[in-house]
Design a protein around this ligand. Sequence first.
Ligand SMILES: Nc1nc2c(c(=O)[nH]1)N[C@H]1C(S)=C(S)[C@@H](COP(=O)(O)O)O[C@H]1N2
Ligand SMILES: [Mo]
Length: 327
Amino acid sequence: MAEKFDCRTTGVHPSEITPEHVYLNRRGFLKSLGIAGAGAFLAACGGSPPASPTGAALPAVTETAVQGEINPTDEPGDALTSFEQITNFNNFYEFTFSKRDVAKLAQEFPTSPWQVEVYGLVNNPHTFRIEDLLKQFTQEQRIYRMRCVEAWSMVIPWQGFPLAQLLEVVEPKPSAKFVRFETVFDPERMPGLKNHSYPWPYQEGLRLDEALHDLTILATGLYGKPMPAQNGSPIRLVVPWKYGFKSIKSIAKIELVETQPATLWTTIAPHEYGFYANVNPKVDHPRWSQASERRIGESKQRPTLLFNGYADQVAHLYEGMDLQVDY
Ligand SMILES: Nc1nc2c(c(=O)[nH]1)N[C@H]1C(S)=C(S)[C@@H](COP(=O)(O)O)O[C@H]1N2
Ligand SMILES: [Mo]
């Protein structure tokens, strides 16, 4: 069974929200290293990869890592995953199930013009153009761990803004209890949509209080660049205390609703993927353990943390709930 997880035993801060000045210093540091091309080295990866949600074995991963050179004081032991890894090891089933091929297939994906329709149980329904979202909301830097349900993880420096700010503008009505998100449906550009065994478009959902939590962001870029297509350009959700599949990419619609919405994963395999999908080392996936994970760029396993290490900020949202039942 899992040991006790805390920042003392793991060397991980409960929070990796990095103040902007630290990030900017780091960016200066990365720049001074010429990080885009410099210093990357190849290392073999250890351990056998877990099965994907579809049950297919994942391809072996060849790592390029930069951990050795980056040692900022704000994240002891938790270096950023390299830009190269973040943008070449992706889950984006609308393109392909093959993580290493998403980047190539998504290259031509058009993300302008783009708009996000926000509607449903709100006083001010509004369709936002992406350029207005970028202007209207101050883009912040947030460094978050991302833990995929497949038991691998990354540390990603996003830019974006709290979803709460957008929701304030549209004013949810008292009857709104959940937020439903939908990815764009573009079969001409997204070859994976030809697989009709999936209930496209990709949909996700959050309880309204989860959506309003300050950790929940709409991300518009990473590593200081506009969002790469393979990571969900031009705008995607990031909910760092939940499994990665909740962080829906390339969002076209946001709807405020009264009842818990169906999601792609709860529709396909409700016994394997719950609506909450909070990272929890004590609730195993029926087909594999969730007690530990492999940080992309590293070969060793590290313990998985309750709520992905963000328990101090989010545990109160689930008080009184049985996390074994509402997983
Ligand atoms: N629309 C859409 N969003 C998605 C997915 C997807 O297949 N389609 N995959 C999810 C999963 S399983 C993970 S782990 C993350 C991966 O995000 P990344 O490729 O930016 O690391 O995106 C999530 N969002
Ligand atoms: Mo995932």
